[in-house]
Ligand binder design. Structure first.
Ligand code: S3P
Length: 169
């Protein structure tokens, strides 16, 4: 399918880049976290607190399957943990061109340090948690991706320019 899928760690800019990209390429934007929140009529934080992470991961899997049934010609940003579930990886590749927005620990920490909406980063040492999770995930993001765009130190214009050059028009 001809969607553009943005993957990457929390805070790498999937949503902010995705919205701008959708204007630029004139495609509609979807975000899996938002789709899940709308369907469940509650926040990601509440879902983690009341139903637990495993249930949230099931919701992500259903969300990707739903997108595969109906969505073509969209920019879709997916939650940072979604590609980590093995059963989602082939589905993502089927859904469209997968772009990994690659950010380092410092970039991510600067962007999420005041954030309260990401349950996995609410502990004592968010920077340590980012480093630990990123080390586990980075290889998976790179394997799933058709293309990698490094975002550290770049502005939106530069990132969008790189993506537009990569995706089939
Ligand atoms: C998560 C990333 C979040 C959200 C949830 C879990 C993760 O999405 O799905 O808090 O496991 O990396 P963003 O990557 O959009 O922040």
């Amino acid at each position: 399918m001809n969607n553009i899928i943005l993957i990457g760690f929390m805070g790498c800019g999937k949503t902010s880049v995705g919205i701008r990209l959708s204007y630029k390429v004139k495609m509609t934007f979807f975000d899996t976290d938002k789709l899940i929140e709308n369907k469940e009529k509650t926040s990601i934080t509440e879902i983690f607190a009341t139903k637990g992470e495993a249930e949230f991961r099931n919701m992500e899997n259903l969300c990707i399957k739903d997108l595969l049934k109906e969505k073509s010609n969209h920019v879709i940003s997916v939650g940072g943990g979604l590609p980590i579930q093995e059963q989602n990886r082939a589905l993502l590749q089927e859904l469209g061109t997968v772009i990994y927005l690659k950010a380092n620990v410092d970039t991510i920490y600067e962007r999420v340090k005041h954030d309260t909406a990401r349950p996995l980063l609410q502990g004592e040492d968010p920077k340590g948690k980012i480093a630990e999770l990123l080390a586990k995930r980075e290889n998976i993001y790179e394997t799933v991706a058709d293309y990698i765009v490094v975002v550290d130190g770049k502005n939106f214009g530069e990132i969008l320019g790189e993506i537009v050059d990569l995706v089939p028009q």
